[in-house]
Design a binder for this molecule. Structure first.
Ligand SMILES: Nc1nc2c(ncn2[C@@H]2O[C@H](COP(=O)(O)OP(=O)(O)OP(=O)(O)O)[C@@H](O)[C@H]2O)c(=O)[nH]1
Ligand SMILES: [Mg+2]
Length: 843
């Protein structure tokens, strides 16, 4: 049976089926497609460091898909389709092997089928394409899937037929390949789902979906181990929530933190400014929840450090000093939250002092940021205001069980409790802030923990105790995270006060002079290394000295190298929001070995650096006003630009807010003066898509076509280095994302407009031609697929008309050229036709 005929049969069959059946069928196809991901015996087509995350994307997409089918809640579907586009489809482009790409598409199609049932058909055909691609011939899948479909009338009763042996073999390879990735859990899970006729355990599914984010971020293997542990040990509630308080210096954060815990607590004294971060424990007894309050410093030098201690699923409270004007500071802190807080929401509290009221554009801020509430009162004087506020906070925490009632394996919980015995802040004897690994192992053994490495990793991810694998040599398990944060802030504050930007290991003794018990000499190099690990600082070539880029001088060097436009490559990242305070300094840390020296001075400042790749290629990277620009010249410019872009893409993708726009300098117009407005800048997506589609870019202003091929090569632009990396609108995605309906309506509108103009001019006959075409397109609105559209030949008529209009000698083009705006409308029609034709596949 050919694929087209098969598609037809499936779609006819699905038309008669219940919605649920269709959705299950799509999921079946996705599951059946899985073993095609490992046809090469491994997942080596993905870089090692990405593999875990990519595998987990597939597994979690499948889980969310089946969960949505079970729930059948309409509102959740559109979110899921976003996941499919962004994650799964993006993934398909990371693999160049067709078999694998088709298999990934099948997963994405299954999710899409929630929105548009027809995608169930695509899920099936993509599966068949994967098989065909791999075996080089039509497999028997077609009849197999038809059998699946029939069986689906009663869900869960699909009998696994005598499959082709070679397909069964693929499942063996699949399980083996997953074992090699330390993902035995997933291998087993899907083997069982497949062998047992696509049945699954809804309870286990629920558990999979509620794995803590911190563990999910580690990828498929970590999640698998965690789930194994949960299943083996049983789960226990882990009632911990976190509040993060941010805001400018002196806004009232610390006073608020104290009064959340005890409304009668004394206010802070004038000179009691927070140095880095203080943590307080608020035990909400009635609810049995422990809330950890992290009260951050408002002092600007500390801001770049804060991010390491900001996290997801927290409640952020932003305190705003009622005496300040303007909304910028508020946005600044809200951006901190959106970058590092992921799903977290903020409460804004305007601390009203002296009865002064500020005007905050709260409704417009709400449009842009997740703001849960807005309060305005004096922390010191307004008892009623504070009472309401506390009540809101308590309710908020209770209504977010997903982040305060995390289930963790029982033995983790016991180990956690035991660790807490070591660190009792109020007890001077039992106030151990860190222990050694062997001490930890003894505790773990007590509770029968088999794999202490994994436990260490997971406790770290849950923020219970910190263990840095890369710093094993220091043999330090940190029981009190504050020990690290306060140590780091102390270093930063000391360097700042000394008006320096660097310090040696020896300087640490001065930093911690008054706290030799808490930070003894033997722990100094641990903190030293941690600052490098957090990318807060880099070590000089000579060693033993840390440079902290965000404490460097603000101004750039007097002379910057020249980048003649024709011989240089230039790109820019432009962001709508303020850039996180550490963007450039992290970049500098990563490329510190390449900083150019001139007359004995390193060419680096707080907002940029001049770099050299070792072969004489020079780069200038700098931040100015929400833009980071990179200019490169020299022999290896493409290679060097590629490397620098890779770093910046990585840094940007670590932020959770909207990605910046990445633009490249394409062409200079007019005289080569280097003036910004002479340069045509185009986004990476645009350049890439034009080159892919082999369509030159039409520059409206200068009215000329520009070929993009050259730029794709010079800038080495490919699907992987497009900013955001995912959801690139190419090939199949163009089809999926293209809104046929809207485009069709637009073209109809143009045709009717033109008809009306012609009618007004008395050109009734010509007008009728346009009206007729609009009518045909109107009928085509009901067509759901490009295939249908192609079959009906709708576009051929439109094409003939366009050809006629394109011929300056034709009667029609003369008439149309005679009406005002006629040619403009024709241009829109041509554009619409091109889009439609691409969708239909009539390039
Ligand atoms: N009059 C008045 N003073 C207040 C109010 N809230 C805070 N203060 C005072 O303002 C000063 C700063 O308050 P803190 O709570 O320490 O401010 P902070 O935001 O923690 O400041 P940093 O830690 O430096 O970032 C202290 O002297 C407080 O007593 C208020 O509502 N009214
Ligand atoms: Mg404070």
């Amino acid at each position: 049976m050919d694929v087209e005929a098969f598609e037809k049969r499936i779609s006819q069959y699905l038309k008669k089926s219940k919605e649920e059946q269709v959705l299950y069928f799509a999921w079946h196809c996705a599951v059946r497609a899985l073993p095609f991901l490992s046809v090469e015996g491994s997942f080596a087509y993905w870089e090692k460091q990405e593999r875990q995350q990519f595998l987990y994307t597939i597994f979690s997409t499948l889980d969310k898909n089946i969960w949505a089918i079970l729930q059948r809640k309409e509102e959740g579907f559109s979110d899921l389709s976003d996941i499919a586009v962004e994650d799964t489809e993006g993934l398909a482009f990371t693999v160049h092997r067709n078999t694998v790409a088709y298999a990934v598409f099948a997963v994405a199609d299954a999710v899409y089928s929630l929105l548009d049932r027809y995608y169930a058909v695509y899920a099936a055909t993509d599966l068949i394409y994967a098989a065909e691609n791999y075996w080089g011939m039509q497999p028997d899948f077609t009849s197999l899937l038809l059998r699946d479909l029939r069986g689906l009338k009663i869900p869960g009763t699909v009998k696994v037929q005598e499959l082709q042996k070679r397909y069964d073999k693929l499942w063996v390879t699949w399980e083996k390949a997953l074992q090699d990735e330390d993902c035995a859990y997933w291998g087993r899970l899907y083997r069982n789902i497949y062998r047992n006729g696509f049945t699954f355990d809804p309870e286990a599914l629920k558990r999979r979906l509620s794995v803590p984010k911190e563990i999910r971020e580690q990828g498929a293997a970590a999640v698998g181990h965690y789930l194994e542990e949960l299943e083996k040990q049983g789960a226990i509630q882990f009632n911990e929530a976190r509040i993060i308080i941010l805001g400018d210096k002196g806004a009232g954060k610390t006073s608020l933190a104290r009064r959340l815990i005890d409304p009668k607590a004394p206010m802070t004294e004038e000179n009691e400014s927070t140095a880095g971060v203080d943590t307080l424990l608020w035990e909400i007894e009635k609810q049995n929840v422990n809330v950890h309050i992290w009260d951050f410093a408002g002092h600007t030098v500390t801001h770049a450090v804060h991010q390491f201690f900001l996290s997801e699923h927290c409640l952020y409270i932003i305190v705003y000093d009622g005496r300040t004007e303007g909304r910028n500071r508020l946005e600044y802190w809200l951006n901190h939250m959106t970058n590092y807080g992921e799903d977290s929401e903020a409460i804004i509290l305007v601390n009203e002092r002296d009865r002064h009221r500020v005007d905050i554009p709260i409704n417009s801020l709400k449009e842009q940021y997740p703001i849960a509430a807005f309060y305005s009162f004096s922390i010191r004087d307004n008892v009623a205001g504070l009472t309401d506020f506390r009540e809101f906070v308590v309710n908020y925490i209770n209504s977010h069980p997903s982040w305060n009632n995390q289930e963790i394996p029982q033995n983790y919980y016991k180990v956690k409790e035991e660790l807490e015995e070591y660190f009792i802040p109020s007890d001077p004897v039992k106030k151990k802030e860190h222990i050694t690994k062997s001490e930890f192992k003894a505790i773990a053994r007590k509770y029968n923990v088999q794999n202490t490495e994994i436990l260490l990793k997971n406790l770290h991810a849950l923020g219970i105790s910190l263990w840095y694998k890369d710093m094993e040599e220091f043999d330090t398990l940190v029981l009190n995270p504050e020990w690290i944060s306060q140590g780091v802030y102390k270093v930063i504050n000391w360097v700042h006060q000394e008006q320096r930007y660097s310090l040696t290991l020896k300087d640490f003794e001065k930093v911690f002079r008054e706290e030799t018990d808490r930070y003894p000499i033997e722990k100094h190099s641990f903190i030293f290394k941690l600052m490098i690990f957090y990318e807060l600082a880099y070590e000089t070539k000579e060693g033993g000295c840390l440079i902290i880029p965000h404490l460097l001088q603000e101004d750039r060097p007097a002379h910057l190298p020249d980048f003649p436009i024709g011989n240089s490559l230039m790109l820019q990242y432009r962001s709508e929001q303020p850039l996180p305070p550490d963007t450039v300094s992290r970049f500098i840390v990563r490329h510190n070995r390449e900083i150019k020296q001139e007359k004995g001075f390193y060419q680096v400042w707080r907002y940029g650096a001049i770099l050299e790749d070792g072969s004489g290629t020079i780069a200038l990277v700098r931040e100015e006003d929400r833009t980071i620009s990179v200019s490169v010249k020299g022999f290896q410019k493409t290679a060097y630009l590629t490397a620098l872009r890779k770093t910046l893409n990585e840094i940007f993708s670590s932020y959770k807010t909207r990605q910046p726009e990445l633009r490249y300098a394409i062409k200079i117009f007019g005289e080569i003066s280097g003036k910004e407005n002479n340069i045509l800048w185009l986004t990476d997506k645009k350049i890439f898509n034009h080159a892919q589609d082999k369509v030159p870019y039409y520059d409206d202003i200068r009215q000329q076509n520009i070929d993009m091929d050259k730029y794709v090569v010079n800038y080495n632009i490919n699907a992987e280095n497009i900013i955001g990396g995912k959801g690139v609108l190419i090939n199949k995605s163009v089809r999926n994302n293209f809104n046929f309906y809207d485009c069709n309506i637009r073209v109809q509108g143009c045709l009717n407009d033109l008809a009306q103009l012609l009618n007004e001019k008395g050109k009734k006959e010509e007008a009728r031609e346009f009206e007729a075409l609009a009518g045909i397109l109107e009928k085509a609105e009901q067509y759901k697929t490009p295939e249908e559209m192609k079959k009906k030949g709708v576009l051929n008529r439109l094409k003939r008309l366009i050809e006629e209009l394109g011929n300056p000698d034709s009667h029609l083009s003369k008439i149309v050229g005679g009406v005002k705006a006629g040619l403009d409308i024709v241009r829109d029609i041509v554009k619409g036709y091109n889009d439609l034709a691409r969708w239909v596949g009539l390039d």
